[in-house]
Design a binder for this molecule. Structure first.
Ligand code: HEC
Length: 133
């Protein structure tokens, strides 16, 4: 095999390998993609994060615990347990921020990625304890 032919083959094989890995990413579901984005962009503030003293130490979880303290029906402080957050509602908060929550630009999170996060939250919240009416 001549050198140019070998290069051609090497190139073709790399392109094929790349196409396969791109295919694998495309096969992820919206919930899986949303889970990854949530872990990266939201969980640092909205995770469970209980500290040594048993209190949540994360600003999002803590702020929402205070905001909804004593609310009836009760609203869980963890976004992943909320069944009332639709994609459009989440989009408004993510695009505009809220108090110490910063807004996210479309270059940081696309609309499609926010929709994926909403799908992840909805899926996760299905397993959350039933809210009292
Ligand atoms: C730097 C910390 C931080 C990050 C990162 C963050 N948030 Fe927040 N988020 C907050 C805080 C703090 C609040 C509560 C603001 C307030 O007092 O009303 C909040 C509130 C919210 C609310 C409003 C809930 C309600 O009932 O009022 C939603 C929805 C939300 N965040 C979604 C998200 C999503 C989705 C992400 C990831 C894309 C995210 N946040 C990332 C800190 C954060």
């Amino acid at each position: 095999m001549s050198a140019p032919t070998r290069w051609l083959w090497t190139g073709a094989v790399s392109v094929l390998a790349l196409a396969c890995s791109v295919g694998a990413v495309a096969q992820q579901t919206a919930v899986q993609r949303g889970n990854a984005k949530f872990e990266h962009s939201c969980a640092p503030c909205h995770g469970a994060g209980v500290g040594d003293d048993g209190r949540a130490m994360l600003p999002g979880t803590d702020a929402l615990r205070i905001k909804y303290k004593g609310s009836n029906p009760p609203v869980p402080p963890l976004l992943e347990q909320r069944t009332d957050l639709t994609a459009p509602v989440i989009k408004v908060f993510v695009r505009h921020g809220s108090f110490s929550m910063p807004p996210f630009r479309p270059t940081e999170l696309t609309d499609a990625e926010i929709t994926d996060i909403a799908a992840y939250i909805a899926d996760k919240a299905k397993g959350a304890p039933e809210r009292k009416k």
